[in-house]
Write a protein that binds this ligand. Structure first.
Ligand code: KG4
Ligand code: ZN
Length: 357
């Protein structure tokens, strides 16, 4: 950008950046242009959800093929909507991991191609870190105060992280089995609801009684870890009791199954544990604020429970920024760029990349 001397060999240090973000870790092909880590100039997301819906989940091979088909168009649209030429961005921030290997590679190769042709630096970004940084994209709000307690709840992860400063983390715990979003997706399938399961469960739960079934809560005392597989099994048990012959996801549940009550009670159990453990960790680590991010943070019951029970400020991104997008990747790119990160063009994807300090 015109007045962004960092990385362009000049002596003045500016905090101003314009970053192109690219995200292909799962089933959204996304690109965005973000200025100063805060202002979304363009944010394009091509979702494959409809394609995967017919199979009840993401098929990795199909996901990467769909990324290949759309990535060029998505990046071109993000740049043109921002009225920005590639040469006018300071860096290309691309998701390096965690995620599906075959999907990550598509975004990474796109970024490398752009970097090679233009000489613009490339920055490999952690997708989980990016979910936390989606909070910084809420323009009108003041910057959060460190230390922050971050809960990242998505289709692949349930992570509790202490964020001590920009780019400085301590991972406190995570799920031992299913991620929260994965549990929503699996239980939705079991109840014959659509994919992705989170929104479908939330909708079914609206007319249900959250106390109808007393589903188990795995508190895993003494740790900051989570477990949702027992809860999923408990829902399956209730379904089988009523329909012994049912095979999860294969056959649509028949009339008579209390879908709304099951959905509401399941959701209440997930929300209870997520909120309870996050608040306890925030108190233990004397966090000043809580950040909740990732696809499951779109859930209204979760948002409401945090607002009701928390004594300290809780920030949750607007719905459009909860699920996967490239603006959040570009937001981290801003901070990584200012910290001096520049990755070599032989940078590889890291499908199992954990968020560390
Ligand atoms: O962050 P995300 O878009 O992708 C990953 O990085 O995994 O999260 C997707 C997950 C899915 O499991 C989806 O079911 C869940 O987020 N999700 C929700 C809601 N909207 C999306 N879960 C509960 N309630 C929702 N409203
Ligand atoms: Zn995600």
């Amino acid at each position: 950008m015109p007045n962004s001397p960092i990385g362009k060999g000049e002596t003045t240090v500016s905090q101003e950046t314009r970053i192109l973000g690219i995200e292909t870790s799962c089933d959204e092909t996304a690109a965005a242009v973000v200025e100063n880590g805060r202002y979304i100039i363009s944010n394009v997301v091509a979702s494959q959800a409809a394609m995967h819906a017919q199979y009840g989940g993401v098929f990795p091979e199909m996901a990467s093929r769909a990324h290949i088909e759309t990535i060029h168009q998505v990046v071109a649209t993000a740049l043109s909507q921002a009225h920005v030429a590639l040469e006018a961005v300071d860096a290309i921030a691309v998701t390096r991991g965690p995620g599906l290997a075959g999907s990550l590679v598509v975004g990474m190769n796109m970024a490398k191609g752009l970097a090679l042709g233009s000489g613009i630096p490339i920055l490999g970004i952690n997708h989980l870190e990016a979910h936390l940084y989606s909070i910084w994209l809420v323009e009108d709000e003041a910057e959060p105060n460190f230390p922050l307690l971050g809960l990242i709840v998505s289709g692949g992860h349930t992570e509790l992280v202490l964020m001590k400063d920009h780019l400085v983390y301590e991972r406190l715990g995570g799920t031992l089995d299913d991620a929260a979003g994965e549990a929503f997706d699996k239980v939705a399938r079991l109840l014959g609801l659509a994919y992705p399961g989170g929104p479908a469960i939330e909708q079914a739960a609206e007319s249900g009684d959250p106390t109808a079934f007393n589903f188990p809560r795995a508190w895993l005392e003494g740790t900051w870890n989570f477990s949702f597989s027992g809860l999923k099994t408990a829902v399956l048990r209730e379904v089988r009791e009523r329909q012994p012959e049912i095979e999860a996801g294969v056959e649509a549940p028949r009339p008579g199954l209390p879908i709304s009550d099951l959905a509401a009670s399941f959701q209440a159990a997930v929300v209870d544990v997520l909120v309870g453990k996050t608040l306890a960790a925030a108190e233990d680590y004397q966090a000043r604020e809580i950040l909740v991010a990732g696809g499951v943070s779109a859930n209204h019951a979760l948002r409401q429970a945090f607002q009701l029970r928390a004594k300290l400020p809780v920030r949750v991104p607007p719905l459009a920024l909860c699920t996967d997008n490239a603006a959040m990747i570009a937001a981290v790119g801003h901070w990584r760029f200012l910290s001096g990160q520049r990755d070599a063009l032989d940078i590889d994807v890291l499908p199992n990349w954990m968020l560390k300090g």
